[in-house]
Structures are given as C-alpha cells and as structure tokens.
Design a protein around this ligand. Structure first.
Ligand code: ZN
Length: 269
C-alpha cells in the first residue's frame, strides 16, 4: 500500500523548502520595481501611439487641405499618409535606439571610471562618501564610521557609490532594440487611425472623419496615460485631445498657406 502524506504535513514541508532556499522569498522592493518597469513600458506605448496619431493627422490634414479643389485623388493623400507613417516609424525607431545606446554608453563609461577610482584612490572615495552621507543629514562622526563600514563590503561599497554619486540605479537596464521596436510599432499603430478614412473617402468628408476618429483615439490614449500615472481619466483624455486638435489645426493652416507660400499651383479638379 502506497504511503500517503497526511495533508497537515504539507505546509510544514513548504516552509522547510523555503528555509532551504531563502531566495524563493520575494524581496519587498521586487514587486515595486517590476511594477515601475511595467508602468514605464505602458508609458512608452502610450507616447508612441500619441506621436503616430498626431504626426500623421497633421500630415494628412495638411495635404488634404493643400490639395483641396485640385485634381488630387484620395489615393494620393493615402499614399502621402502611408509614406509619412513609414518614415515616422523608421525615424522614431532609430531615434529611440540611438538615444538608448547613448544613455547606456554614458552610464557604462561613468560606472567604469567610478570603479577605477575606487581601486586607485580609496582615500578620496572614502572622503567623497563621507561628504555624501553628511549631505544626507548623517552627523560627521557617524558618517566617518558608516563609510568605513560600507567599504568593508566591496559590492555594497561599489553599488553605493554608483547610486549615490552617479545617480544610476543598479536596476537601470537599457535595451535599445526593445525601445526601437516599441517606439516604431506603436507609432505605426497610431498612424493608421487618421489614414483609414482616406482609403474610401476624399475631400472634407475624409478630413472630418479622420479628425473625429483621431480625436476619439487620442482621448483613449490620454485616458490610458492618466490611468498609468494615476490621474483622473478625463484629465489625460481632454489634454491629449486638446493637443491633437491644435496639431490638426496647425496642419490645416499650413495646408492652406503652403500653396501660396511656395507658389504651388495644382490643376483644378
Ligand atoms: Zn566615488
């Protein structure tokens, strides 16, 4: 007959497993960090979409207005919108990539230099740490001892310098490719909304529908942004919608002015 474990032994066993492997216990700061990281990526998604929406809405509205009354089919505006969206995706994606690479290189160089200094000039580094601690409100005598104590633990010593002196968190991790993909893809998704009406419509109907759809999408993006940062939803919705309408208005005005400024004369339709 197979021996069965009495159910009341299970919790004890789980407790023992945890005692044998203390790393299974989640550190209290772990969830906070994960939560922050998740919020940060939602923020990137929201900003990428907002950018794609605004840029493309301004572009299509501008082109549609500039060519209004001329023999320009909605396909032309559609092509302009798609070209702008693709160019924007590439430009935003590469921009995000380069920015992340630059930031990573800058941090790595600073960390590298700090490590070298800890190695070559321990006395100066000790005085630096004392000064930092005093600045944080630790009495001078205590700071002296605290710095010496910290220096006994090389990893903590290095981490404290990097965090306190350089302001770089140990958890900071740039991922240029991920940043580029998130920015490019969300920009493209946002761009689709103002373009869609030009698939079938032209003239003022297309402009108005593009504006209406984009305003709704911007409102949704703004509300999502508010949710991430913990503001009332309406605030973000109104704010992003307002900026969107201003961008569309700018596109409209530029579209009206452009033919005059550049002396462009399109054949009347
Ligand atoms: Zn230092």
């Amino acid at each position: 007959m197979a021996r069965r474990t009495p159910p009341d032994l299970e919790p004890a066993r789980a407790g023992r497993a945890q005692a044998l492997n203390p790393f299974r216990v989640r550190h209290p700061t772990e969830t906070t960090r994960e939560d922050l990281a998740r919020r940060a990526s939602i923020r990137e998604v929201v900003f990428g979409m907002q950018d794609g929406l605004l840029t493309t809405l301004g572009l299509t509205t501008g082109v549609a207005t500039a060519t209004a009354g001329a023999a320009v089919s909605h396909t032309t505006i559609l092509i302009a919108g798609i070209a702008g969206a693709l160019a924007g995706m590439v430009s935003m994606g590469t921009g995000a990539y380069l920015a992340a690479v630059a930031e990573r290189d800058l941090k790595q160089a600073a960390i590298h230099q700090e490590r070298a200094e800890l190695e070559t000039q321990p006395q100066e580094e000790h005085e630096e740490m004392v000064a930092i601690l005093v600045e944080s409100g630790v009495p001078a005598a205590t700071a002296e001892g605290l710095s010496r104590e910290l220096a006994r633990f090389p990893r903590l010593w290095e981490q404290t310098h990097i965090e306190k002196e350089l302001g770089i968190a140990g958890t900071d991790q740039e991922n240029p490719v991920r940043d580029a993909l998130v920015m490019g893809v969300t920009f493209l998704i946002g761009s689709v909304v103002p373009i869609v009406p030009y698939v079938a419509l032209s003239g003022i109907a297309a402009v108005l529908l593009s504006l209406g759809l984009s305003a709704l999408a911007l409102g949704a993006v703004g509300a999502a942004k508010s949710k991430v940062v913990g503001h009332p939803l309406w605030r973000g919705a109104v704010q992003v919608m307002g900026v969107g309408c201003a961008a569309a208005l700018a596109g409209y005005v530029l579209g009206v002015l452009m033919p005059h400024v550049f002396g462009l004369r399109l054949p009347p339709g």
